[in-house]
Design a protein around this ligand. Structure first.
Ligand code: ADP
Ligand code: MG
Length: 697
């Protein structure tokens, strides 16, 4: 049966060899199935027919029925055009054509009712439409006055006259022959329970909706199906992983108790305690842990990571912590080393710039088990890096690493996969987390350590720079430190670099007495480390930097974050940058500097930043503004290849779909019950699809 949908598009009525090759190269459509699953991205409302006197310039499009009163050819050569006056009982409108004049002169017949559709404009007080779509009007029932699908097309296709109308016609042709072969893909109980329309109906009305309600039902049905199987797959993967991958059982906790009783630098928040309990439960369970630890910037994930490491070390295994940049790896290393030294734990750092002879020693100590903790960057992935017995692997700032890399880490331990925890400070909206990380267990630190003052965020225009400088001066005199961040975006790297350097100069002029530091991606890593270290030691007071300081850097005495050209940063990035301050006991400030002219989206971003410090709230706004495809980490993860559901809008359907999938798998984890046969087949079928797809790409 699936065979039918694999039929070559060449065999479809309406497909010429030229069209076929364009559909293949431009849209990647090869088979009947491909075409049917090429859904419209919006619809034009053709249900309403207006009388001519109702038509206004404000209308996006107008559809009306009228007769040609007279027509006239005006002008010469390229400027030649055909102008016709078209009227109904209510009034008249002008129609203009620049092309196809000969043909129109012949066919446009006075006295015949036509259905016109186009964009109204006003010209010298006269309403007119240029190049309206038209057909002879045969009455509402005969003409297809309903929602017209609009497909996403390329210029190349349009040049060859393949427009949405053509695609819709092809859909009509393919649906005609394919209709009897379209199988139901959801079980009857689910269809009944949620009052969904059938798969056949849904596919028909998604392309050729006969009414607004049918269209709505078709979308709802297809979105539900997509999200249901997406969630089913993720929950199932999680189940399989848990049973297939046993974890090392960590039960003794001598070191941990020692640390807790004698060396804890502060009282843990309740949220930290809760999360640690969840982690420990996993690490004792006998199943491999795969946990996502979400916590806003400054919520204290590092200490949680360290405590988890202690449990691993307590049980004779090693731990590693991986960070996305050298600066961060170093910061983690320095922070953890202080604790490690107290407890006689051996810790080392491995990054791209680790010297060869140091590496040699490090590799040996790691393989022999002499080293307990390895902190590093991507360098840890290299095959030469072999652990004696890796028990726990922690990845900081997950969004910079792909899923494939996560999997690679599992193999670092030959006997049993290590427990894996990924930490992210980029809060992810609930719907995204469910689809992106649906195969992970999620822990959330939703509480800040006590005594923190909320960061105050302020928006200032560039013209107020002098006042901002005055403010900086004032805070410096209180002993605080300051970050000033410039955007550095690849496409315009040269210019950005100039901005950064100009900025640095003007700041040195404004604060001649103040020691400054500078940090950007072009610097050698040793120089970066040097600059960062000076700032950490409070030897420099102002750090002028690009977004290399975005992630994780911790200098509690820095209380002011100035973001230059804030309009050029995304919300997640702004929030990350702001998180560099507010880490000490002092009141911190974040000042967003922008140009006067701001787009609506930018205004929304700035206003959101000023309004709230809550990362989850910010993530929701980000999702609404940008859509799921652009949010951190989603692209490289490949986890979101949804065809019709939209994670920014379909949260409710997703929730229901997930609950339904969960319930079914709770009852019948292997999907062996007869009433789940259809689901089982569908899951197997989808798996085949994805593997094929992986091979192609
Ligand atoms: P993040 O979650 O952004 O990685 P960190 O782990 O760097 O946050 O913690 C931010 C700061 O808060 C650090 O200086 C850390 O020592 C401190 N901190 C963490 N937990 C607590 C706590 N329970 N009480 C007080 N300070 C804490
Ligand atoms: Mg951190």
């Amino acid at each position: 049966m699936t065979h039918f949908f694999e039929t070559d598009l060449a065999l479809l009525r309406g497909i010429t060899p030229a069209r076929l090759s364009l559909l293949q190269t431009e849209l990647g459509l090869f088979t009947y199935g491909d075409l049917i699953q090429y859904f419209p991205f919006r619809y034009e409302d053709r249900t309403a027919i207006y009388s001519i006197d109702q038509i206004t310039e404000q209308m996006e499009h107008a559809q009306f029925v009228g007769r040609i009163r007279y027509k006239e050819k005006i002008g010469q050569g390229l400027k030649q055009r055909l102008v016709a006056q078209c009227c109904d009982e209510s009034g008249c409108i002008e129609l203009v054509w620049f092309q196809g004049i000969k043909w129109l002169e012949k066919t446009l017949t006075p006295g015949v009712d036509y259905l016109f559709y186009g964009k109204p404009t006003s010209f010298n007080g006269q309403m007119q439409i240029t190049h309206p779509e038209m057909e002879v009007y045969k009455g509402k029932a005969q003409n297809d006055t309903y929602f017209h699908p609009v497909y996403s097309l390329t210029d190349k296709l349009r040049k060859k006259y393949i427009d949405s109308k053509v695609i819709a016609q092809l859909q009509k042709n393919v649906l005609q022959v394919a209709f009897p072969y379209i199988r139901e893909t959801l079980p009857a109980e689910i269809i009944q329970q949620f009052k969904l329309i059938s798969k056949q109906e849904a596919l028909y009305h998604i392309h050729l909706p006969q009414s607004e309600n049918w269209l709505h039902q078709a979308k709802r049905r297809l979105k539900f199906e997509e999200l249901f199987y997406n969630q089913l797959r993720l929950i199932k993967q999680n189940l399989v992983r848990k049973t297939a991958f046993p974890g090392q059982v960590f039960s003794s906790a001598a070191l941990l108790t020692n640390f807790y009783q004698n060396h804890m630098p502060f009282e843990l928040t309740n949220a930290q305690k809760k999360v640690i309990r969840e982690i420990f439960q996993d690490m004792k369970s006998g199943q491999q842990m795969n946990r996502l630890l979400q916590g806003d910037v400054g919520s204290g994930k590092t200490i949680v990571a360290f405590i988890a490491m202690l449990l691993a070390i307590d049980n004779g295994t090693q731990a590693c912590l991986m960070a996305p940049t050298e600066i961060l790896a170093d910061q983690h290393y320095q922070g953890l080393k202080k604790f490690a030294d107290l407890l006689d734990i051996r810790i080392a750092k491995l990054t791209g710039s680790t010297k060869k002879k140091d590496r040699q020693v490090l590799h040996e100590d790691l393989a022999s088990g002499k080293l307990h903790i390895l902190v590093g960057t991507h360098a840890i992935f290299e095959d030469v890096v072999q652990f004696h017995n890796l028990g726990l692997c922690i990845i900081d700032e997950q969004h910079r690493f792909g899923v494939a890399q996560r999997a690679k880490l599992w193999d670092k331990n030959k006997q049993t996969h290590p427990h894996v925890m990924v930490m992210t400070a980029t809060p992810i909206p609930r719907t995204l987390a469910m689809t992106l990380y649906g195969d992970l267990d999620i822990s959330i630190i939703d509480e800040m350590p006590a005594g923190r003052k909320a960061i105050q965020t302020i928006h200032r225009y560039d013209s107020h720079r002098l006042q901002v400088f005055g403010f900086i001066q004032n805070e410096l005199s209180k002993g605080r430190q300051v970050y000033i961040v410039y955007p550095l975006i690849e496409e315009s790297e040269k210019m950005d670099f100039k901005d950064l350097m100009d900025g640095f100069e003007s700041i040195s002029r404004a604060f001649p007495e103040v020691p400054l530091g500078i940090l950007h991606g072009k610097m050698k890593s040793a120089d970066k480390d040097f600059e960062m270290a000076r700032f950490v030691k409070n030897e420099t007071k102002i750090m002028v930097a690009t977004t290399v300081i975005e992630v994780g850097v911790n200098v509690p005495n820095a209380s002011i974050m100035i973001i230059e050209s804030a309009e050029r940063f995304g919300l997640a990035q702004l929030h990350q940058l702001r998180g560099r301050v507010g880490r000490g006991a002092e009141q911190s400030y974040c000042i967003l500097m922008t140009d006067y002219k701001l787009s609506a989206d930018t205004k929304k971003r700035i206003e959101t930043m000023v309004r709230t410090n809550n990362g989850f709230e910010i993530a929701e706004v980000d999702l609404q503004l940008r859509g799921p495809g652009d949010l951190g980490g989603t692209r490289q993860s490949g986890a979101i290849d949804l065809m019709i559901a939209d994670l920014a809008k379909d949260g409710e359907i997703l929730k229901v779909a997930r609950e339904t999938a969960q319930k079914i798998l709770d009852e019948d984890p292997q999907l062996t019950q007869p009433n789940h046969q259809m689901i089982r087949e569908q899951v197997a079928h989808q798996r085949r699809d994805t593997t094929n797809w992986a091979k192609i790409s």
